[in-house]
Design a protein around this ligand. Structure first.
Ligand code: PGA
Length: 249
């Protein structure tokens, strides 16, 4: 099974109009590299980024499960599409924690986004105490089972990102063996749930990915790309990661 690698940047709550030049540089370089590339931006930048980089995959970082309604501050899938977004992240651990999102919420968000026509990156990952207790694989597998959409019509539009919470923004990364063990377990869950299409779903790794560790991480079986936070803000940091993904393809 050859799955084309996907490297998605997650700008989180960073980025103003003055940063849109980075989107242009990344989008132009991405055209020549054999990997799929996307940037998930703050909602305020999506439309302008799409204008600046037509044809390049711009995404959001969250979506509400309802079509519309009395949900102050929230954004629907139709609104993201209307702004020109092609994809969205759901279930990032920062939202699971700070906004109290449950697996059931995330399942509903993934289903709403896919049904509307957005590609989805669904995040899962364990805390450091769960990892230290030796329960990482069981916990993340259960989280995946409970957050997965009921069905996926097109496996190329749905990805899972394994992001150990303790590795996000900390510079700490699990061992290559631990990444491999987790991705293999998640692959088994996806195939158990969806059958053959489960083997086509891309499983990204996220958490302190940078130019210096990307090649090694992309060499792990069942690592089909990366979700990159801090190192996605500047093209000089992000593009070497995309190049490593293209070289590993
Ligand atoms: P990081 O963030 O690359 O800054 O660790 C990854 C993420 O939270 O998606």
């Amino acid at each position: 099974m050859t799955r084309r690698k996907l490297v998605a940047g997650n700008w989180k709550m960073h980025g103003l109009s003055s940063d849109l030049g980075e989107v242009s540089v990344i989008s132009i370089a991405a055209e020549t590299l054999r990997a799929d590339v996307a940037l998930c931006l703050p909602a305020t930048l999506i439309e302008r980024a799409v204008r600046k980089a037509p044809g390049f995959a711009i995404g959001g970082q969250d979506v509400h499960q309802a079509d519309k309604g009395a949900h102050t501050g929230c954004i629907s899938a139709a609104m993201l599409l209307d702004a020109g977004a092609r994809l969205v992240i759901v279930g990032h651990s920062e939202r699971r924690e700070a906004q109290g999102e449950t697996d059931a919420d995330i399942k509903a968000k993934a289903e709403a986004a896919l049904a509307a026509g957005l590609d989805v990156i669904l995040c899962v990952g364990e805390s450091d105490s769960v990892r230290e207790a030796g329960e990482a694989v069981a916990t993340v597998s259960a989280q995946l089972d409970a957050s997965l959409p009921a069905s996926i019509d097109d496996a190329s539009r749905f990805s899972v990102a394994y992001e150990p919470i303790w590795a996000i923004g900390t510079g700490k990364v699990p061992s290559i063996a631990d990444i491999g063990e987790m991705h293999e377990a998640l692959r088994q869950r996806l195939v158990a749930r969806f059958g053959e299409p489960g083997s086509e779903v891309r499983i990204l790794y996220g958490g302190s990915v940078k130019a210096s560790n990307a090649a090694e991480i992309f060499g792990v079986a069942d690592v089909d790309g990366a979700l990159v936070g801090g190192a996605s803000l500047k093209s000089a940091d992000f593009l070497p990661i995309v190049e490593a993904a293209a070289a590993a393809a």
